[in-house]
Design a protein around this ligand. Structure first.
Ligand SMILES: *[C@@H]1O[C@H](CO)[C@@H](O)[C@H](O)[C@H]1NC(C)=O
Ligand SMILES: *[C@@H]1O[C@H](CO)[C@@H](O)[C@H](O)[C@H]1NC(C)=O
Ligand SMILES: *[C@@H]1O[C@H](CO)[C@@H](O)[C@H](O)[C@H]1NC(C)=O
Ligand SMILES: *[C@@H]1O[C@H](CO)[C@@H](O)[C@H](O)[C@H]1NC(C)=O
Ligand SMILES: *[C@@H]1O[C@H](CO)[C@@H](O)[C@H](O)[C@H]1NC(C)=O
Ligand SMILES: *[C@@H]1O[C@H](CO)[C@@H](O)[C@H](O)[C@H]1NC(C)=O
Ligand SMILES: *[C@@H]1O[C@H](CO)[C@@H](O)[C@H](O)[C@H]1NC(C)=O
Length: 814
């Protein structure tokens, strides 16, 4: 989703020239290179806390930053609490962060009311020094300047917290409170909490609002303590607490901001660590307690943190790189990116209160408009078993809710941003051979419903404007649509996305032997042509850019609307470009950038843009002039689309133009919201040297950023390797001169998924100049229409147009 951030980012240039050679460790440990704090400030919005892969429990310190969507931020904002549920990298409102705990070494004067209970008051005890933060896979720790040190780890549905009080004086009685709030203060009526006088167990529940969707969700929790004798306990309402009251039900209150309320436990001594174990559940408090009791049986943080760390090490182990000569920064960006692809979606199997059909249930598909491009394709390679469960879950959501989601979080339907992009996810997985337990006939019925049946609420599922789509073969601007409802904007981007969705459906149809459907959806996958306006120009502050022929919106009466092709580009800081009802005809992106979104028929686009040289010139102009912004997902594929014009060398150069300049392994190092792990997967695929055209069995080849990368298939156990001959860690040699696949000459500039499944070896010989490798028509990636051999470059001749690509910003090429 990632609404663009316009802030200019001061990102340090991590040039490979200063590369520090790495000692080759006896056993390669990928976790050495995972830094959870990458993207924890400057709008990366990542969740940098403790979790298992796709785990429901995600524990971290929450801050009051304006950018605390993922809970914790490293931007000087103080901590407001420690909570168990989070999303990662999302835009929208801050997600989850329910029922935070907060510790005090003692209450002033020994009086309960001397402690601060409401979130807004307790922030003054929440400041911390950056140096005290330790974040690694499965573990998060921090020390508050007010004294308490708080460490945490998680199982699938519970977190274990360890509180130590290094500055405690004799007689101090620490207090730990638990608050019925969430990160976005969205609690609805009648949050409930109880504390057991004898054991100190706190249970409760509340109803909250999802961060980018409709409806509400109810979450339950159960917290037990250990480590010190209980002194007293009770509840608080607003700023006052009592040890004689043990139960509280609190309304939302009428003034907008929910009234603070919760429970607390005070302990007799601060000498030893105090543990808190919090289980969560969407089913009941009893289930929250049993989740915690069954998953965390001992008060031993190290034990569970070590277990979590081992699970992560195992999860990342299929991908190894030769680190020789490559700076730690590059390796860290790579593995931290890979790590983040495995944090979300979240496995809520057994925690769905609405249905249990025996299928897995995953949540936090946040949002598929972001995830389909590279994150879900990355899982196809590294974790097909989890992706298979996610796809089964998407199909189960279709069965039980009625439609595949485009976005979903906290058991609620999230807002659709463009097309029905789950169609692309299903096609991608099908073509790459995911099978186990996936009912593909049902999956096919789900994508056909997207194409054929308009939902009443197409703001959260399916597609809108289907009558126009079928009669006019495009989505008109200011459409007349009385059958279903959604924001009536984005007619250009919806037309382009629906076209590609239909192409993806056609491929599934083909695979499942449904010939006539295949032809039908191939036909409608060409609807993008209806919005191509051959004489559309693009002026920039009154000066013609020189490019002609752009997509444009069209009215119902088939006359043209007029949207400036630069509107909603990175150069436009004034337009409204998201889901607002005053939004544009393109979503979070411009006509310029959407001008390349015909992923299935690049050959036709090459013709429309006047052949390879003009296509290349236009693509380079878009990148060089910063019309596109790498911090939002529509840019991803454009980095590599030079392949389709027979110029794979320019894709390699463009990849180095963006990495590391826009992707540094620092808290502020991401160019935009990570969007679950979308940015992470972009970095991982780019540095691996294979970038997917998602929804197709195609990976575009560029040289890896390492001498070699090996990927062991979790499906077949075979290891695929990409090796660079003449590898140069200063990245001057990024041009493929020749290649072999399993020892035989290979001239295609793309490869398919059998590379991974069959454990092939791709050897690329590199040089410092663009070569003829991968440039011929027969070398180009598949396209629905045939390539026009007279318009595709056969040589590395420079573009004929006056505009020359600039590659001078990333690595000093010229
Ligand atoms: C902590 O780190 C963040 C991110 O690097 C930075 O913005 C902030 O100023 C740092 N705080 C201090 C006190 O150094
Ligand atoms: C909250 O509790 C009050 C008092 O019992 C009740 O009248 C009201 O209907 C409840 N609200 C909801 C949303 O359950
Ligand atoms: C790693 O790459 C270096 C060159 O960059 C090469 O000399 C070395 O043999 C490679 N190591 C392995 C194990 O292949
Ligand atoms: C998802 O969660 C369920 C229930 O906890 C578990 O059985 C399943 O193995 C999990 N899936 C994966 C891929 O770990
Ligand atoms: C087509 O519709 C648009 C928008 O309603 C209107 O401005 C335009 O005049 C119409 N053109 C014709 C030829 O009817
Ligand atoms: C037009 O000029 C202004 C001022 O120099 C600049 O900020 C803006 O980005 C320019 N617009 C385009 C589309 O280049
Ligand atoms: C193929 O390219 C040539 C040269 O650019 C052009 O004249 C011709 O019209 C193109 N053919 C098609 C079908 O676009």
């Amino acid at each position: 989703m990632a609404p663009k951030t316009k802030a200019v980012r001061a990102v340090s240039l991590l040039c490979g020239l200063g590369a520090i050679p790495q000692a080759q460790a006896a056993v390669f440990d990928p976790l050495t290179y995972v830094d959870l704090l990458v993207g924890s400030s400057n709008g990366g919005n990542v969740f940098p806390g403790a979790t298992l892969p796709f785990g429901m429990a995600k524990a971290v310190a929450d801050t009051n930053s304006g950018s605390n969507q993922g809970g914790f931020t490293l931007d000087g904002s103080p901590v407001t609490g420690f909570s168990v549920m989070h999303d990662s990298g999302t835009g929208g409102s801050p997600s989850l962060g329910n029922f935070p705990l907060f510790p005090y070494t003692s209450c002033p004067g020994g009086e309960i009311d001397g402690c601060s209970f409401p979130k807004n008051d307790r922030v003054k005890f929440g400041s911390f020094s950056n140096d005290s933060v330790v974040a690694k896979p499965g573990y998060f720790g921090i020390t508050l300047n007010s004294g308490p040190k708080v460490e945490m780890t998680t199982s699938q549905h519970a977190a274990l917290f360890k509180f130590t009080f290094p500055n405690a004086a004799a007689g101090d009685k620490p207090l730990i409170l638990q608050d019925l709030s969430d990160l976005s203060n969205s609690r609805q009526d009648n949050g409930t909490v109880s504390v057991d006088a004898k054991t100190g167990r706190i249970t409760g529940n509340a109803v909250f609002v999802p961060s980018f969707g409709s409806g509400t969700y109810k979450l339950y929790f159960c917290t037990d303590f250990s480590g010190a004798e209980i002194s007293d306990n009770g509840i608080f309402a607003n700023s006052r607490a009592s040890t004689s009251v043990k139960d509280l039900t609190v309304s939302r209150s009428i003034n907008g901001y929910p009234l603070p309320g919760g429970a607390f436990v005070r302990f007799a001594s601060a000498e030893n660590p105090i543990y808190a174990r919090t289980g969560v559940s969407f089913i009941s408090s009893a289930k929250a307690c049993s989740n915690a009791e069954s998953e965390i049986t001992q008060w031993d943080l190290d034990k569970y943190a070590n277990e979590a760390t081992s699970i992560w090490r195992e999860k990342l182990s299929p991908i190894t790189v030769n680190t020789t000569g490559v700076s730690n920064d590059f390796i860290t960006s790579f593995y931290s990116g890979i790590y983040r692809t495995l944090v979300n979606p979240q496995n809520y199997t057994g925690e769905n209160p609405y249905w249990d059909d025996g299928e897995p249930y995953y949540d936090s598909f946040y949002c598929i408009w972001d995830l389909f491009r590279s994150q879900m394709p990355f899982m196809t390679i590294l974790d097909p078993a989890s992706l298979t469960e996610q796809i089964r879950s998407l199909i189960s959501i279709y069965e039980n809710v009625g439609w595949l989601p485009d976005c979903r979080m906290s058991l609620c339907s999230g807002y659709t941003q463009g097309g029905s992009n789950a169609d692309n996810v299903l096609a991608d997985a099908y073509l790459k051979g995911l099978k186990d337990g996936i009912d593909w006939q049902k999956g096919y019925a789900a994508v056909v419903k997207d194409a054929e049946v308009e939902p009443y609420a197409w703001s959260v599922e399916g597609r809108g404007g289907l009558d126009s789509w079928k009669s006019l073969h495009y989505i008109p601007v200011q459409d007349f649509d009385y059958k279903g409802f959604g924001t009536m904007t984005r007619s250009i981007s919806r037309t382009l996305e629906y076209s590609y969705n239909d192409f993806c459906i056609s491929q599934l149809a083909g695979g499942l032997g449904k010939k006539s459907d295949q032809e039908k959806y191939i036909e409608s996958s060409g609807n993008w042509r209806n919005l191509f306006k051959a004489d559309q120009t693009s002026f920039r502050n009154g000066t013609d850019t020189g490019y002609k022929g752009f997509f444009q919106a069209k009215f119902l009466n088939q006359t043209w609307f007029n949207q400036d092709p630069l509107k909603c580009s990175n150069l436009d800081s004034t337009s409204v470009c998201s889901l607002q009802n005053s939004g544009a005809e393109t979503f979070e992106s411009s006509v310029w950038e959407y001008g390349f979104f015909v992923p299935h028929d690049q050959a036709s686009l090459l013709n429309l843009y006047g052949g390879s040289d003009n296509f290349v010139s236009r693509l380079s102009y878009m990148h060089d002039q910063e019309i596109t912004y790498i911090g939002n997902e529509p840019s991803f594929l454009t980095v590599f689309q030079y392949h389709y014009a027979g110029r794979p060398a320019l894709s390699a150069q463009r990849s180095h133009f963006y990495i590391p300049k826009y992707f540094a392994p620092t808290p502020e190092g991401l160019p935009g919201n990570d969007d679950s792990g979308a940015m992470g997967s972009f970095v991982a695929f780019s540095m691996m040297g294979l970038f997917p055209n998602p929804g197709q069995d195609v990976y575009l080849i560029t040289p890896p950023y390492f001498e070699s990368v090996s990927i062991k298939s979790p499906v077949t156990g075979k290891t695929a390797t990409i090796r660079n001959v003449n590898f140069d860690p200063t990245y001057q040699n990024v041009f493929i001169q020749k290649a072999t696949l399993n020892g035989k000459p290979y001239t295609k500039n793309w490869i398919d998924h059998s590379f991974f499944l069959e454990g092939k070896e791709l050897v690329l010989t590199l040089g410092s100049k663009e070569s003829a490798w991968g440039t011929r028509v027969q070398d180009l990636p598949p396209s629905l229409s045939p390539y026009n051999s007279s318009s595709v470059s056969h040589t590395s001749a420079p573009a004929k147009r006056s505009y020359q690509p600039r590659f001078d910003r990333g690595m000093g090429f010229q």
